[in-house]
Write a protein that binds this ligand. Structure first.
Ligand SMILES: [Zn+2]
Length: 213
């Protein structure tokens, strides 16, 4: 071996040793330290997301926003004690309809999204918790479900609503799906499988959506 290659070899070995020491002295991740508690990194962060959402559900700015946006609405049961059926409710800031307070949720106007590791954890926490009255709104559960789906899939609210309706359609049995198609005036003669039924239903909803535009 020449003197030059021997020097290079030594440098390479030293480099490897440094990397190894760096790697070995890294603190263990929670799922590595306690694999009986969290089997994987994904399981650990799933638990983290749940805990952070619990904290969000009691966020004082969110709670005060809801309290200040609620009003008495005639959506309760009419009883002798409450003949008007007035209960606490909110007006959905998306569809503008009135709902009981239990059917309303607070939504981040700019989605907080999600996180999968430490690298995006802080940014997510800031978006989730650093809120003010201009960055949140009250929406009904149904609107919230569709808004969240639209954000996750990066589609419009209308597209998300349509997708959700199609998904609900596919949950029905074959006979019920056939009935649903027929009552909407769709010719089912050449529709023989689940994929075709789904496509026919979706096409029908899309046409309806275009007609209403
Ligand atoms: Zn709504």
């Amino acid at each position: 071996m020449s003197r030059v290659s021997k020097t290079l070899d030594k440098e390479f070995n030293e480099q490897c040793a440094t990397e190894w020491v760096k790697e070995a002295s890294k603190p263990l991740e929670p799922w590595e330290q306690c694999p009986d508690v969290w089997k994987t990194k994904a399981a650990f962060f799933q638990w983290m997301r749940g805990q952070m959402r619990r904290a969000w559900s009691r966020h004082p700015v969110k709670v005060s926003y809801m309290h200040n946006h609620r009003e008495r609405v005639p959506l309760g049961k009419k009883t002798k004690k409450n003949p008007t059926g007035l209960v606490w409710g909110c007006r959905c800031e998306h569809c503008n309809n009135l709902f009981k307070q239990t059917e309303c949720e607070v939504d981040h106007i700019e989605a907080a999204g999600s996180f999968k590791g430490w690298e995006d954890f802080e940014a997510w926490m800031v978006k989730l918790m650093h809120i003010n009255w201009n960055s949140i709104r009250v929406v009904c559960k149904e609107c919230h479900r569709i808004i969240s789906y639209a954000e996750r899939m990066k589609i419009t609210f209308e597209e998300a609503k349509l997708e959700k309706e199609v998904i609900a359609f596919t949950k029905h049995g074959v006979a019920a799906q056939g009935m649903m198609l027929q009552t909407r005036g769709i010719d089912t003669t050449n529709i023989t499988n689940a994929k075709q039924r789904r496509a026919a239903y979706k096409k029908h909803l899309q046409e309806q959506l275009n007609d209403n535009k």
